[in-house]
Design a protein around this ligand. Structure first.
Ligand SMILES: Nc1ncnc2c1ncn2[C@@H]1O[C@H](COP(=O)(O)OP(=O)(O)OP(=O)(O)O)[C@@H](O)[C@H]1O
Length: 250
């Protein structure tokens, strides 16, 4: 479904991704872990098409389409969903309006207002959100947890084929982490894949990944099942650096 091959990318002339290769199949949940500065957020930014990041080598395809040639909205139309650590505030645009516009821009046919209303109510109930939340302006004055909840609400409403979730859980309480997990677990199924980038292991207690990858210095240096996350928890990233760091054989 998603195929990343030998991806090299730089920001302001500095190479951050240095030959990253990853394949995500249909229905699979992948976690990417790695020490600070290893390039996890850079990967998410490159996948969403952030203009500041320049891909210098390699390829990214989604269901056979060359993603790197596409604008962010075209990527979304294909069924990719990219959630971000720092969603922007959009005063004057309510959550409900934003979601309606987002859904209509990725679907072939416009969703009738009543159907949209019901869809939103259903998903908000699922996330234990107060209905009045839909009338608030997007991200304006939202707490960290509310931003997260709103991001996952988008995921549930848009129903993408693949979600890339860049989860820095710093500053988020345990409830917010569970919200993300609940959203991903809700979506889980043969038609939904996810790449969950985690800056801390905690979230993997709630989302059980099929595969875990460890990133170091712009590459994936080792992959395994969920037991790899447990191994990292006990051995720490120094172990990864010693085993797979520069100058060692991988
Ligand atoms: N806009 C930028 N300008 C300069 N350097 C950047 C920029 N964005 C990222 N970097 C550098 O790229 C490297 C990788 O950063 P990135 O945020 O991708 O790492 P990360 O694995 O997500 O880290 P963390 O776990 O600390 O969030 C870091 O050394 C960072 O300073």
């Amino acid at each position: 479904m998603l195929k990343i091959e030998n991806l090299h990318a730089e920001v302001e002339g500095k190479e951050i991704l240095k030959g990253l290769t990853l394949e995500v199949g249909r229905g699979e949940i992948h976690a990417i872990m790695g020490p600070n500065g290893s390039g996890k957020s850079t990967l998410a930014n490159v996948l969403m098409g952030h203009p500041r990041y320049e891909v210098t080598e390699g390829s990214v395809t989604f269901e056979g389409e060359d993603v790197l040639e596409l604008e962010p909205d075209e990527r979304a139309k294909l069924g990719m969903f990219l959630a971000f650590q720092y969603p922007s505030e959009v005063p004057g645009v309510s959550v409900a309006n934003f979601l309606r516009t987002a859904v209509n821009s990725v679907r072939e046919q416009e969703v009738p207002p009543m159907e949209m209303y019901k869809l939103l109510q259903e998903k908000m109930r699922l996330m234990d959100m107060d209905p009045s939340f839909a009338e608030r302006y997007l991200n304006e004055g939202f707490s960290g947890g509310e931003k997260k909840r709103n991001e996952i609400l988008q995921l549930l409403v848009l129903q993408p084929k693949l979600a890339i979730l860049d989860e820095t859980d710093s500053g988020l309480d345990i409830d917010a982490l569970q919200v993300v997990a609940r959203g991903v677990n809700q979506m889980r199924g043969p038609e939904f894949s996810a790449v969950v980038i985690t800056h801390y292991q905690r979230i993997l207690r709630y989302i059980e990944p099929d595969f875990v990858h460890v990133m170091l210095d712009g590459r994936i240096v080792t992959s395994g099942g969920k037991e790899l996350a447990e191994e990292l928890e006990s051995k720490g990233y120094d172990w990864v650096r010693q085993e797979f760091g520069a100058g060692t054989q991988s």
